[in-house]
Design a protein around this ligand. Structure first.
Ligand code: ZN
Length: 229
């Protein structure tokens, strides 16, 4: 809660800096141009963005993590971290956040949505900049590992899922099983709340004991690490 309050102050600060001309506006415009290209690419793979939301130019802020923020009147802006003054870091964050703004919600995100955003941003950086990025932390890495097999099996699976449910984090187990043809247990992992699922060990133990090796490697090591903290 305190963190959210802090982030909202930092967003206000970023807007004030822009208002008083303390922002590099041409850089933000360059980032907006790139964001639009990224969105086009994401749409071709994952289906259309909800265009009832007006996308405002990205803004560099002092925020600790890049994130989209939904304003009243269906406007949405991506806030970037101070590190995004370096172009390729901005591009990396924009590619990740572009996935979140396809069908924006104010609710929590699932392992599926975060894994897809991480997978997409990594692929984008490799293709466009020739750079291999590490996931921001082990949780993002695990989410990415969970999503990768789905995409390897069917590159357009997300597009097919979003044709039925445009909000990534509202895609439920039943739809995943039906459209992606995966096991219910895999679907449960993917539909778990990204942040709080790490705090529910029974999911991981249950899943691990079933012996499915498809995703479990990444998750197991994370759970072991988490346990020993
Ligand atoms: Zn994210």
């Amino acid at each position: 809660m305190e963190l959210q309050f802090m982030e909202s102050l930092l967003r206000i600060e970023a807007e004030a800096k822009y208002f008083f001309g303390a922002t590099d506006r041409s850089y933000e415009q360059t980032l907006m141009d790139e964001l639009l290209k990224i969105i086009e690419e994401a749409e071709s793979l994952f289906g259309p963005r909800d265009r009832s939301y007006e996308l405002l130019p990205p803004r560099i802020s002092e925020c600790g993590c890049a994130h989209p923020y939904v304003y009243p009147f269906r406007k949405i802006r991506i806030y970037l971290t101070p590190h995004s003054k370096t172009r390729h870091i901005a591009s990396y964050h924009l590619a990740h956040e572009a996935v979140h703004v396809l069908g924006p919600t104010r609710s929590w995100t699932t392992v599926l949505e975060e894994g897809l955003a991480t997978h997409f941003s990594h692929a984008y950086m490799k293709r466009v900049y020739g750079l291999q990025f590490d996931a921001p932390n082990r949780w993002y890495r695990a989410a990415m590992l969970a999503v990768s097999p789905l995409l390897a099996k069917n590159e357009f699976v997300i597009k097919e899922l979003r044709a039925r449910q445009p909000h990534l984090s509202k895609i439920d187990e039943t739809l995943l099983v039906e459209v992606a043809g995966i096991e219910l247990e895999q679907a449960r992992i993917l539909c778990a709340d990204f942040e709080s699922s790490w705090l529910v060990p029974s999911n991981w133990n249950e899943y691990a004991t079933q012996g499915s090796q498809l995703f479990v490697e990444g998750f197991r090591s994370i759970w072991d690490e988490w346990k020993s903290r």
